[in-house]
Design a protein. Structure first.
Length: 309
């Protein structure tokens, strides 16, 4: 209960940061976002969501650990990465581009599609950063491979790919922070990335199952999913405190990650109430997609997660 009350002050802080980041994105990417908003509001909302919460829930936490706010360049690079991931999802999910076709565009194949050319521009910006290019390439490969996971993918293979995708993405966000990183901290960042990807898989279980994509959340039974998830949270917390120390600032920083983990625990509890113990198209299609949405910008949903936490 004490920890739950400790989370209450986070709500206005996160909303303030969310509004600040949203304004930053609108100002710095207005030329590209304005026509998208007019022609495809759903995609615009997705881009804003990625570019907002990706920075608020990850980059700002790493800045807090370094006892400062994000610089303009750090915020810009993290925003670029977040938008790039949203565009990559769109290219695969909506444009139905294959892995090979997407790879060709990543390697510079020309396109008349403005979204693809924007993605290429953002990618080039990140590739031109000396410490980013190699890690970015590996992270994108893992992201694309994850889209090809099918019902035939084993849970071992799924977990291995999930670890690569999550850990490499988190490491990229940390690389944007202008502060030295040693091997001890790198291990923390990679573990956090994997754990947050597990959390994301649980939240996305409905859509991934409907799209017949195997993830750590739907490739096995829900109890095993929860147990593995909690094990990884425990490992993450231990490594986090060992690396950054046990100060109030550090504990407050990890509390923000715990809030994200709590959302996924709450989602798993909701699945149980729907008598979903293992995901398949038969079990999920009996429910409307709206039943699986948790909107943390709504005070009601935030309080539900908080009290469950």
């Amino acid at each position: 209960m004490k920890k739950a009350f400790g989370l209450l002050p986070l709500f206005p802080i996160l909303l303030k940061r969310k509004n600040r980041q949203q304004q930053f994105v609108q100002e710095n990417f207005a030329a590209e976002l304005s026509p998208i908003q007019e022609s495809n509001n759903t995609l615009h909302n997705k881009l804003m969501y990625y570019a907002t919460w990706g920075v608020v829930s990850i980059s700002e936490v790493f800045a807090d650990l370094n006892k400062r706010v994000l610089s303009h360049e750090e915020r810009y690079l993290a925003s670029v990465l977040s938008i790039l991931y949203a565009l990559a999802d769109y290219m695969v999910d909506e444009l139905k581009l294959s892995h090979s076709a997407t790879t060709l565009y990543i390697n510079g194949k020309q396109s008349e599609d403005l979204l693809i050319t924007w993605a290429q521009k953002l990618l080039t910006e990140l590739q031109n950063k000396p410490a980013i290019g190699e890690h970015l390439s590996k992270a994108i490969d893992a992201q694309l491979e994850s889209k090809e996971q099918t019902a035939n993918s084993t849970i071992e293979k799924v977990k291995e790919l999930t670890h690569r995708k999550g850990s490499l993405t988190m490491f990229l966000y940390r690389c944007f922070i202008d502060a030295p990183i040693n091997e001890t901290e790198k291990a923390v960042v990679l573990q956090l990335g994997y754990t947050l990807q597990l959390a994301d898989d649980i939240i996305d279980a409905y859509d991934d199952t409907a799209d017949k994509i195997n993830t750590t959340a739907n490739a096995t039974d829900l109890l095993s999913v929860e147990n593995h998830f909690q094990e990884q949270i425990n490992i993450s917390k231990k490594l986090f405190l060992n690396s950054y120390g046990g100060s109030r600032r550090v504990k407050k920083a990890f509390l923000q990650f715990e809030l994200l983990f709590g959302i996924s625990h709450f989602a798993a509890k909701r699945f149980k109430k729907m008598n979903i113990e293992q995901f398949n198209t038969f079990t999920i299609l009996q429910h409307h997609r709206s039943n699986f949405i948790i909107d943390m910008e709504k005070p009601s949903d935030f309080l539900k997660v908080l009290f469950y936490f």
